[in-house]
Design a protein around this ligand. Structure first.
Ligand code: ADP
Length: 499
C-alpha cells in the first residue's frame, strides 16, 4: 500500500499530465484546422478570381492570368487586366493553376506547371458539373498538394483548378507538435517536482509532529509539541494538540490525586478500626468494654461504607453509568425526610433546624427583589426536579449535614424550597463561620476541605460537595454558594424545573 504522501503525489502527476495533454491536444488540433483553413481560403480566393474573370469575358480565349490581377470593373471591361495597376501580390507565385472544360480537358495552365497537368477524375468532373467547389489532397510529384476546383459560372462550361503545396502547412504543424510536446513534458516535470517538494514539506512537518507526539507518554504529559511559529493550519493543529495534551494532563492529574486521596481516606479509618480491634483483643475485658469497642468500630464501618458508596457514585457518574436524569420527583416530601433524619444530630448540638417547604411551583410568585425564593400559591403544581430520588436525597443530606456540622452549638440551620428564575431551588443556610471567598472555587474539588474544617474537629472527607456538584451538574443544574443573611454560608441547588 502506497503512503498517503505518495498517493497524493501520484494523483497530482496524473491530473497535471491529463490536463496538459488535453489542453495541448485541443490547441494542436485547432492550430492544424486553422492552418489548413488558411491555405484553403487562399487557394479558393485565387480560383474564384480566375473563374470570375473567365465568366466576365466569355469572348476572350481561355488563358491563365499569370500576373497578379484585380477583379475590377475596368479590368473586366478591357479583358486584359491592365486597366488599373493592381497592387503587388505573391499570391500566384507558388500556385499551380489550370483551366479545364467539363470533360477534364486542360485548356490552359500556368507556366509553372511546365509540360505536366493536374489530374481530374470523373467523380470530380461530376461534382463540378453540379456547381460545387471541390477541395482535395493530391499526390503531385513528391509534394503533398492541396487543390481546389471551382466551376466557372455563366455560359462557359469550364472549371478553374488551383493547387498549392501542403509542405509549409505540414512543416508548421510538425513544428507545433514538437513545441507542444516539449512544453508539455517540461511542464509535467516542473509541476511534478515542485508539487512533490511542496507535499514533501507539508508531510515532513506532519511526520515531525507524529514523531514528537509519539514520544509523549503518560509520564511525560507535561511535554508540549514545539510550535512552528506562524498561526497557519500547521500552527493551529499544534495549538489544538497542545490544548488537548493540557486537558489530558489535567484529567490525568485529577485522576492520580483522586486515587491517592481515596486510598488515603480509606486507609485511615481502616487502620483506626484495626488498632481498636487489636487493643480490645489484647486481653480479656468486661462486656461493657466490648460493647464500647464494637460501637466505635461500627462508627468507623459506617463511615467507610458511606465513603465507599460516595466513591462508587462518583465513579459511576464519571463513567456515565449513573444516569442523573429521571422522572420528575416532588422535592418537598423528600426534604422533610432528610430533615427528619438530620434532626437527632441537630438536637445533639442544640441547633435549630428549620424547614420551609413551599408546596407549589407558581410562575407568578417565584422570587423577591433579593432573589430569595418565595412561597408559591398552594394550589399550583408541586416543586419538582428530574433526578433519581436517591441522588436528590444524597445532595440534600450532604448539604443539611454540612450545615448542621458547621453551625455553632445553639445555632440555626434553615432549609427552604422555592423557585428561582424558572429553576427549582433548594436553599440550605446556617449561621456558622461561612465560606471564605477564596475557598469557594475549590469547594467542589474531590477531597478538598476548607482551612476551618481542617483546623477544627469537624469530621469529614471532602467528598460530599464534589458528589453534590457532580450529581446536580449531570442533571443540568448548578450549586451557587454565597453568604446567608443568617451569618454563615448559603448553598442554593438550582435544578431545571419539569415543564
Ligand atoms: P466535608 O464536609 O467532608 O469536609 P464537603 O465536600 O462536604 O466535605 O465540604 C467541603 C468543605 O466545604 C468543607 O471542608 C468546609 O470547609 C466547606 N463547607 C461545606 N459546607 C459548609 C458550611 N455549611 N459552612 C462552612 N463551610 C462549609
Amino acid at each position: 500500500m502506497l503512503s498517503f504522501r505518495r498517493r497524493l503525489a501520484l494523483a497530482h502527476v496524473v491530473v497535471v499530465t491529463a490536463v496538459l495533454a488535453i489542453a495541448a491536444t485541443l490547441t494542436y488540433l485547432s492550430l492544424v484546422a486553422s492552418l489548413r483553413q488558411q491555405l484553403d481560403g487562399a487557394l479558393l480566393v485565387l480560383a474564384e478570381q480566375e473563374a470570375s474573370m473567365l465568366a466576365a469575358n466569355p469572348d476572350l480565349p481561355v488563358t491563365v492570368h499569370e500576373a497578379p490581377s484585380a477583379v475590377s470593373a475596368s479590368a473586366s471591361a478591357s479583358g486584359t487586366g491592365t486597366g488599373t495597376a493592381p497592387p503587388p501580390s505573391y499570391a500566384r507565385l507558388d500556385r499551380l493553376v489550370q483551366i479545364i472544360d467539363r470533360d477534364g480537358q486542360v485548356l490552359a495552365r500556368s507556366a509553372n506547371l511546365g509540360a505536366s497537368t493536374l489530374p481530374s477524375d470523373a467523380a470530380l468532373l461530376a461534382r463540378l458539373a453540379d456547381g460545387e467547389a471541390v477541395f482535395e489532397n493530391l499526390a503531385y510529384g513528391d509534394e503533398p498538394t492541396r487543390r481546389v476546383s471551382v466551376p466557372v459560372r455563366g455560359g462557359r462550361a469550364l472549371a478553374v483548378q488551383v493547387a498549392g503545396s501542403l509542405d509549409d502547412v505540414d512543416h508548421n504543424i510538425d513544428a507545433a507538435g514538437w513545441i507542444f510536446g516539449a512544453m508539455g513534458v517540461v511542464l509535467v516535470v516542473v509541476l511534478t517536482v515542485t508539487g512533490t517538494l511542496m507535499t514533501g514539506r507539508v508531510f515532513g512537518a506532519i511526520d515531525d509532529v507524529t514523531r514528537q507526539a509519539q514520544r509523549i507518554g503518560d509520564r511525560t504529559l507535561s511535554d508540549r509539541l514545539p510550535h512552528p511559529g506562524p498561526h497557519d493550519e500547521m500552527g493551529r493543529l499544534i495549538d489544538t494538540l497542545n490544548d488537548m495534551l493540557a486537558r489530558l494532563e489535567q484529567a490525568f492529574e485529577a485522576q492520580r490525586r483522586f486515587t491517592a486521596d481515596a486510598s488515603h481516606e480509606l486507609r485511615s479509618p481502616l487502620s483506626r478500626l484495626r488498632t481498636e480491634l487489636e487493643i480490645t483483643l489484647r486481653r480479656p475485658r468486661e462486656p461493657a468494654e466490648y460493647v464500647d469497642a464494637l460501637r466505635s468500630s461500627l462508627d468507623e464501618v459506617v463511615r467507610l461504607t458511606t465513603l465507599a458508596e460516595e466513591l462508587l457514585t462518583l465513579a459511576r457518574l464519571d463513567s456515565g453509568q449513573e444516569s442523573a436524569t429521571a422522572a420528575s420527583v416532588a422535592i418537598a416530601p423528600l426534604l422533610e425526610e432528610v430533615v427528619r433524619r438530620a434532626r437527632p444530630a441537630a438536637t445533639r448540638r442544640d441547633v435549630d433546624l428549620q424547614l420551609d417547604t413551599l408546596a407549589t411551583a407558581d410562575p407568578a410568585a417565584s422570587e423577591d427583589a433579593d432573589g430569595e425564593p418565595v412561597p408559591a400559591a398552594s394550589a399550583g403544581r408541586p416543586i419538582a426536579a428530574h433526578l433519581p430520588r436517591q441522588l436528590l436525597v444524597l445532595v440534600a443530606t450532604n448539604l443539611v449535614d454540612n450545615a448542621v456540622k458547621f453551625a455553632p452549638a445553639g445555632g440555626t440551620v434553615r432549609v427552604s424550597l422555592g423557585t428561582r428564575e424558572g429553576w427549582s431551588a433548594i436553599v440550605v443556610e446556617d449561621d456558622g463561620p461561612g465560606i471564605p471567598e477564596e475557598e469557594r472555587p475549590r469547594l467542589f474539588e474531590r477531597f478538598y476541605r476548607g482551612a476551618g474544617a481542617r483546623a477544627s474537629e469537624v469530621p469529614g472527607t471532602g467528598l460530599g460537595l464534589a458528589l453534590c456538584d457532580a450529581i446536580v451538574r449531570a442533571a443540568g443544574g448548578r450549586i451557587d454558594i454565597d453568604d446567608s443573611p443568617l451569618g454563615g454560608g448559603r448553598f442554593s441547588v438550582l435544578l431545571p424545573a419539569p415543564r
